[in-house]
Design a protein around this ligand. Sequence first.
Ligand code: NAP
Length: 494
Amino acid sequence: MNQEKTALFTIFGGTGDLAKRKLYPSLYRLYKKGFLKEHFAVIGTARREWTNDYYREIVMETIKDLADSTEEATKFASHFYYQAHNVTDTEHYSELKELSTKLDEKYQLENNRIYYLAMSPNFFGTITEHLKAEELITNDGFNRLIIEKPFGHDYESAAILNDQIRASFHENQIYRIDHYLGKEMIQNISAVRFANAIFESMWNNRYIDNIQITLSESIGVEERGGYYETSGALRDMVQNHILQVVSLLAMEPPIELKDEEIREEKIKALRSVRIFKPEEVRHYFVRGQYGASTVHDEKSLGYREEQNVDPASQTETFVAGKVMIDNFRWAGVPFYIRTGKKLREKGTQINIQFKGMPLNLFSEDHTTPQEPNVLTIYIQPTEGFSLQLNSKKIGQGLETELLNLKHKNSAETSANSPEAYEKLILDCLNGDSTNFTHWDEVAQSWKFVDVIRQAWNKETPEFPNYPSGSMGPVCSDQLLEKDGFKWFWNPTGE
Ligand code: NAP
């Protein structure tokens, strides 16, 4: 079967970090697998004055660990062209148009265009406006726009940005990247739910006690302090990745596993997420910021000591919260979410805690609760599942002990599974927007997050409030304790 795709990629920000670390290697993987062959070309653009040759050298450098031979890498890189371009300069777009037409003819690209905006969102509106005005959008062939996060910094700014982009591209031409949606195990949530009757039949408030989602990072902000100061964990992780995971866990079964059907269900789930009143925020959401600590004689910097960070910064590097979904399926079930930097262990996992037995026949008074059944979905770095069960302890008596059924993808399977960006670029080439976020999802997520942000802005937090290398501030544990729960994932760091 010929799986070759045909398109011209124009990468704005072609000299940047994202392009070098993610985009070029992903395009190369698609090339190696035969999705890209003869009929593709890439224009990299940015202000730097690079030549085609220099650009190709850079591209080859980014794929050196993936390529089987220099010959293969050179052949791949020969499809790359560089055009120095300041996105605010109208004249540059005519040059870009000329080069695009030339490459279209040379590689027979059928006027298929993918514009990848791998640069600051401040420029998205300017670029899309010029693409339309300077007639870079073709009449035949497809025109698709891939854009990176962050999509605005609140609902209002996101709506303005959206209006700007929509003046040039239709919603079905816009692919808003949330790289979490490209992850293997996130896509597996649908399989767990809709391919296993034992889970789907129990996937509701009658059988589930609570759901916990943790996105934990062990590193700090590193050199991204400047950006992080304007963002914080709530905007950086909750508004997009975490709420996307919530919507996938909470949505109703779609009629089909197709983009419009799934999206419709995700949007409905997000619309059911309770938007708090400002005075309620403190009961549902807590925040934190890491302080310095010394682990194994090594000093770890506090957030306020990091590069480009205000020494009195009030930016949160940790968020924990309780999300409530007010619909028939989920009424009363808390979705606890947690994300932070400089935590004890790096990892993303979802823990679904089922309700206990009405009586514990294995305890003398029948009232001491048994350990709950917990289904865990490991997203990264480990990929897999586990199911915590109670089993009889071998020997005399009727004591129970915990048993963990575990499936972890082997290191080899994980290493060979396509990288998120590779999957998402291929989805875009196929015109499949299932794993991208629709404007309605973005809008709804901002409405939820904005109330929290505004309430927090009115108070001065006592930061720093957790040491680097811990699992966050005490208030995060208290959030669950007051409901009679605890964080299921509590790594000891060993
Ligand atoms: P970056 O390394 O700072 O790259 C920015 C790019 O924009 C550079 O190629 C720069 O090149 C170009 N540029 C800046 N001003 C320009 C102008 N006026 N005209 C033309 N080109 C201009 O940023 P990045 O880390 O790659 O991030 C790009 C986008 O991806 C951002 O939206 C970011 O939030 C998002 N993102 C990045 C990552 C990541 O891992 N890096 C992850 C998730 C999302 P010149 O200086 O040569 O002009």
